[in-house]
Design a protein around this ligand. Structure first.
Ligand code: HAM
Length: 473
């Protein structure tokens, strides 16, 4: 049967519908095509719910830094690549595989800092700090970047808290830094021990390295490809290899402590004596070498007292002496020592052990408003309550009183202040007791002191501030 021709009006309408449908399809397709941006691998958001623990860690470190008279320094995140090549050293994983380097718009070769000791040493030289009373003691915190393979406890952007002491060569400085680190862990409620070793001076290390390489060459065929590469490029790193074969071979390998010159031995013995004197729990670990080239003499790491020594990424922090670093950057010969802690790993340890930071008290008061005039008064009230030290919650995005009271209930406040247009005109405000539902109209000028009184009489039900230490045996 021949198809019936549509009438012109109908035809136009059909066309309109088709166009509309096509537009909708396009919109949907467009929406589907628009992917939501995802995080880069190894990068993460530190969410509001994690901030309690993070602040606890940062505040504890800051308090201790100040008590030990370390001065805060903020260092740039971007530095010339060369800074790290000259200090951390070629042949290390950080330099060979993990640095975020690129040419900046002026075609300079720059890098996102993989650590901050090199930057601190650069700053020491840049600002002529050798003319200040020595030692110059600096602390910092902030993000570091390493393009390593992400896994639990290892990120590509991670945060460190670092402490550096420039200009003193005495072993007591090494010991004091370790004590400082341990004090941070103690105040956080974490049971931590120190692993410690000495890798001596650059010179005595050369003789040891020759011996070590000779030993491992005999067993080269048994080594993994990675360890073969280490043997060739950075044989010291064989000491902290995680490969089982290498670890077995290490039992028969020469030990660096036997190759220390007298001065290095004496320095190390004194550090250990200080640690014994102040009863810092430590373990001698002859295989501890650390992954950065600038270390001399003492090297150490902080690990949880009950952690498995063979587990990867178990160091909560680490550091050591680096007497040659300032000179390597063109500065005067300057002994130095320091360490850095990894905030993510400490936060994870706190969470694993269910150690909770002191909680910020929940707001006890909610401000409910009805209309713009009321919001304006509200802005002023917020400031008055802030000055009185009473945090106040609100839901400015909501207009209806019912919806606002629902939020107030969810927040769990004890009192809600209700300000409608009538109250604005009268210069009054309503105080609603959220438990009993009782309401009272009061002079807006007296509301802060009245609320203060009401809250103190309700103190028995005020949120309890939890002590982090009380949860630790
Ligand atoms: P580091 O051992 O490379 O030393 O890093 C110190 C701490 O930062 C580690 O013990 C670990 O807790 C944390 N950390 C390192 N890499 C990562 C990562 N990819 N993801 C999460 N956490 C990580 C240094 O950086 C030296 N600058 C320390 C120092 C200061 N030496 C002398 N002064």
């Amino acid at each position: 049967m021949p198809k019936k021709k549509p009438e012109p009006a109908k035809k136009a309408e059909t066309k309109k519908k088709v166009v509309k449908k096509a537009a909708k399809v396009e919109e949907v397709v467009e929406k589907k095509v628009k992917p939501t941006p995802t995080l880069l691998r190894g990068f993460r958001d530190i969410l509001p719910e994690e901030q309690g623990r993070w602040n606890f860690i940062r505040d504890t470190a800051r308090t201790i830094a100040e008590a030990y008279t370390f001065d805060r320094i903020d260092l740039p995140i971007l530095e010339r690549t060369d800074l790290f090549l000259r200090t951390i050293g070629k042949g290390t994983d950080v330099i060979d595989k993990e640095m975020y380097t690129f040419a900046d718009p002026s075609n300079r070769n720059v890098a996102l800092r993989p650590e901050a000791t090199a930057s601190a040493a650069r700053a020491y030289i840049t600002h002529g700090m050798l003319d200040r009373p020595q030692p110059v003691k600096l602390w910092y915190q902030g993000p570091m970047f390493r393009h390593d393979r992400p896994q639990a406890g290892r990120f590509r952007q991670f945060y460190q808290l670092g402490f550096e002491s420039f200009g003193a060569s005495e072993p007591i400085v090494d010991a004091q830094l370790i004590v400082l680190g341990m004090q941070i862990f103690k105040d956080l409620g974490l049971d931590v021990k120190v692993q410690i070793n000495s890798i001596g001076t650059y010179d005595c290390r050369q003789a040891y390295l020759a011996e070590l390489v000779a030993y491992f060459r005999q067993h080269r065929s048994k080594l993994s490809d990675d360890d073969k590469r280490r043997l060739q490029k950075n044989p010291l790193r064989l000491l902290d290899s995680k490969e089982e074969v290498t670890r077995e071979l290490l039992e028969g390998a020469p030990q660096i402590l036997d190759w220390l010159d007298d001065k290095s031995k004496d320095h190390f013995m004194k550090v250990l004596e200080f640690m014994e004197d102040i009863e810092i729990p430590f373990e001698l670990n002859p295989y501890l070498v650390r992954g950065l080239d600038y270390y001399t003499h003492t090297v150490f790491e902080f690990i949880l007292a009950d952690s498995d020594p063979n587990k990867a990424q178990n160091a909560l922090g680490g550091g050591g002496r680096y007497d040659g670093l300032v000179e390597a950057l063109g500065g005067r010969e300057t002994p130095a020592c320091g360490f850095a802690l990894g905030i993510e790993r400490i936060a994870r340890a706190l969470s694993d052990k269910d150690i909770n930071p002191p909680q910020r008290p929940q707001p006890a008061v909610f401000f409910a408003q009805l209309g713009d005039a009321s919001r304006r008064v509200g802005l002023k009230l917020f400031e008055e309550f802030r000055q009185a030290g009473i945090p106040m919650a609100e839901a400015f995005g909501k207009n209806a009183l019912k919806a606002q009271l629902e939020v107030a209930n969810k927040v769990g406040v004890q009192l809600t202040l209700i300000l409608g247009q009538k109250e604005v005109l009268d210069g009054t405000i309503i105080i609603r007791d959220m438990d009993s539902g009782a309401q009272e109209i009061v002079d807006v000028k007296k509301v802060v002191s009245l609320v203060e009184k009401k809250l103190s009489s309700k103190q028995g039900v005020a949120p309890v501030v939890q002590s982090p230490i009380s949860t630790v045996k």
